[in-house]
Design a binder for this molecule. Sequence first.
Ligand code: VG1
Ligand code: CO
Length: 545
Amino acid sequence: MIQTLPTAPIAGMKPGTSGLRKKVTEFAAGNYLPNFVQSVFDAVRPQGGLGGLTLVVGGDGRYYNLQAIQTVIRMAAANGFGRVLVGQGGILSTPAASCVIRQHHAFGGLILSASHNPGGPDGDFGIKFNGANGGPAAEKVTDAIYACTLKITAYRSTDTPDIDLGRIGTTQVEGMSVHVIDPVADYLALMRRLFDFDALQRLFASGFTLAFDAMHAVTGPYAHAIFERELGAAPGTVRHGTPLPDFGGHHPDPNLVHARELYDLMMSPQAPDLGAASDGDGDRNLIIGRGLFVAPSDSLAMLAANAHLAPAYAKGIVGIARSMPTSGAADRVAQALGVPCYETPTGWKFFGNLLDAGKVTLCGEESAGTGSDHVREKDGIWAVLLWLNVLAVRRQSVAQVAHEHWARYGRNYYTRHDYEDVDSAAAQALMQAVAAQLPTLAGATLDGRPVVIADDFSYLDPIDASVSKHQGLRIVFADGSRIVYRLSGTGTSGATLRVYIERFEGDAARHGLDTQEALADLIALADRVAGIRQRTGREVPSVIT
Ligand code: VG1
Ligand code: CO
């Protein structure tokens, strides 16, 4: 029976960089989840209503995923949807969900994930709405969802029992059909169309070795199916390949702290040819060659320079987009290719309009997100496949590809320093203190370096003319070096300060430096300008990438 149940607004449901993220304890309490889901449905309901439309649902397998999916299914039925497609076991990686939405012409999807944030009963949960293009809702939509959370008085649900998510098949819930689908099938079919699977099979058959760390998160089933079963990589190629509700107690964040085991392997004499990892929801990628970590900003640039080697991009790319804090390495490739490079705020939702308008083919972020126009999300497994395809054609190591790239385009030394769980008030004060200095910095010199831009980054979307302000404080020097300060929009406890530092090096004799050493002067300057150590009380960052 369909029920209309009374509720009242709950504070704090403003979606951040990538949907709504909170502690599980907050999500699971009272009407928190129903309030948000009903607010999404109310905000996106078209003129003709939701009747008969298709909704895609799935998540990264974290704690509370299964309960949340049952709630979403009941509410979707009560709100009139005609069909729900849900991944078996509640599993759908973020890029696979994007693929399924597009493939099945769905109205949209709800993706249940807090990505790289820790899971488990004391960990984090998250939910985001993706529209018919398969991409994260644009800011005007998330603003509308938030407005609905502030005035909600009732939500609609049913009293129907949980459905069996473990078995592929179809069930009726009130007038709606629920299809439990294979979470990998549509995605695998898409990857087969994009890449030369025969060449990749030959690559593995010739003895090429890969270590892929799924971090007990959502990419396990995809990686097993694609790398081991389809492409013939040796059993054991995929590590930590079973999704666990608490990710085995780790953060499924493929950075040099949380993917340390993989990093150490890649720096050891036993290193395979390629090391890669993905995050909680499968949209990020970490790429490490034997003895060489590839900075995500460099990976974007190197993939852009070599994409034409894969069948899907054989005709070349039409443009590149990168988030503002991402290094300028991709800009140099775009320039050489004679295509535009767009600079957007942090978060994949800002790439959607450019991709839909056919302005760009590849997009990327410094946070290990890379993707293309094949879906509307960043895509970890796709990035690994593109690297494999490039290596298969070039018959070179990752290090050779990287060094040849730097020799041709120069090297953008780049690092991100994260200060996690900092006192929120101290973080705000730090940002205000930097912002207050910006007007006097533009045109001045710092440490003898002329400053050419000192501002709070603001983005004018070239497609829909919407404006997004306060996207990060940046100080850009005449030689292209930069310091950028931003507060994270995905953290759930305290504040996370991100400091992004970059310097261009054109001299090939200086391309083999240690990144932190190459940037030491700017790192010290970043601390002096913002008083990081003094204001946060931290001597060193929590994570250095
Ligand atoms: C972080 C990254 C950003 C990414 C976002 C979502 O955001 O910096 O580049 O788009 O996570 O990625 P923030 O606001 O914490 O800096 V994911 O893999 O969590 O969907
Ligand atoms: Co993610």
